[in-house]
Design a protein around this ligand. Structure first.
Ligand code: TXA
Ligand code: MG
Length: 317
């Protein structure tokens, strides 16, 4: 039996305060929310997602004045970024306070925080008056949900409630950065283009050491964000797998005549439009009974960076 759906933020807030698990709409993807300061609720999130405990959760705040509830020694650069980009698809990894259960951060001394840009979920946060831990509302390693229906199909029987806030506007998960002095370490490309961050930081680096990547790996496991159907990266002119039922995922243009199904993300080739429909298109292709999905890489700029990251990981599984 699938969890009930509501459009009422007060019902969702009451469920969260009582220790329940609620799927919440954000501008990026749907999150699976629980009271971040309640270790039992947080443990239930890991259980419902079948997520390994070494993968920490993002904590969602109603606005930036809540930062002090979960973070400390917030640097001037972090404050500037919060002021400029919140509410919005940017997660900041900051030193945490002892109020945050170890389970949320996988024992790290930092916590990932953001203010989501969705009116219903911000109202839930205000009404519940507690920070909400929420990973994407999909079983671990699978496609992220961008509609309430996706959540119902993938996790409906494991959670208490789904708050239906329509389709997600941005469509890919938040950009995650750790702030270090004047520099930013990019832990995951996402819904805020890296180009937008560049004016604020002296440097933006990719994590260098394995230790840096491992415990903090945000969906950094090579296989992640994967549909059940195998995904291959493919460019026009490359060999076509004959004798197989093939689906195509394209930014723009037209389907190959040999394709059994095709999703074109933006007729005009716009990356913002493509991101908004990306997971939705993969969910649809995944339901077509295909042998494989051939996905053509995106231009490596703006939201194309995050989309290529998700494609590469989907193709690795
Ligand atoms: O847009 C989003 O970020 C969505 C919505 C629901 O907010 N959430 C999301 O959560 O994508 P999730 O759990 O699928 O991915 C969050 C990633 C995790 O893979 C985790 O490794 C990373 O954020 N993360 C969380 N806390 C961290 C920390 N203290 N240090 C480094 N990485 C952290
Ligand atoms: Mg996820």
């Amino acid at each position: 039996m699938s969890a009930p759906m509501t459009r009422d933020p007060a019902v969702a807030a009451a469920c969260l305060v009582a220790g329940g698990l609620v799927a919440l709409p954000t501008e990026t993807v749907y999150g699976l929310g629980g009271n971040a300061l309640d270790p039992r609720a947080v443990a239930r999130i890991f259980e419902a997602k079948q997520r390994p405990f070494f993968d920490p959760l993002i904590v969602h705040l109603a606005d930036r004045s809540w930062l002090q509830r979960v973070a400390q020694n917030v640097s001037p650069l972090a404050l500037r970024l919060a002021e400029k980009f919140w509410p919005g698809p940017l997660t900041l990894v900051l030193p945490r306070t002892s109020a945050v259960p170890d389970l949320v951060t996988s024992g790290l001394d930092t916590v990932g925080v953001r203010v989501p840009d969705h009116p219903l979920t911000r109202e839930v946060l205000r009404l519940a008056d507690c920070p909400i831990a929420a990973p994407s509302a999909n079983p671990f390693g699978r496609l992220s949900p961008t509609t309430a229906q996706h959540v119902a199909e993938q996790l409906g029987d494991r959670i208490d409630l789904i708050l239906d806030g329509g389709a997600c506007r941005v469509g890919v998960e938040s950009t995650i950065v750790r702030v270090e002095g004047d520099s930013l370490i990019l832990l995951r490309p996402g819904g805020l283009p890296i180009e937008d961050l560049a004016p604020f930081a002296v440097r933006i680096e990719r994590p260098t050491t394995v230790e840096e990547q491992l415990p903090t790996a945000p969906g950094m496991l090579p296989q992640h964000y994967a549909p059940r159907t195998p995904v291959r990266l493919w460019k026009a002119g490359e060999t076509w797998p004959e004798g197989r039922r093939v689906g195509q995922l394209l930014l723009s243009g037209t389907a190959d005549p040999r394709a059994a199904a095709c999703e074109v993300l933006s007729a005009s080739g716009e990356l913002v439009e493509a991101a908004a429909g990306f997971f939705e298109a993969l969910h649809r292709l995944d339901a077509c009974g295909l042998d494989m999905i051939l996905a053509t890489p995106f231009p490596e700029r703006g939201l194309g960076v995050a989309l290529n990251d998700r494609l590469t990981r989907a193709a690795a599984s």
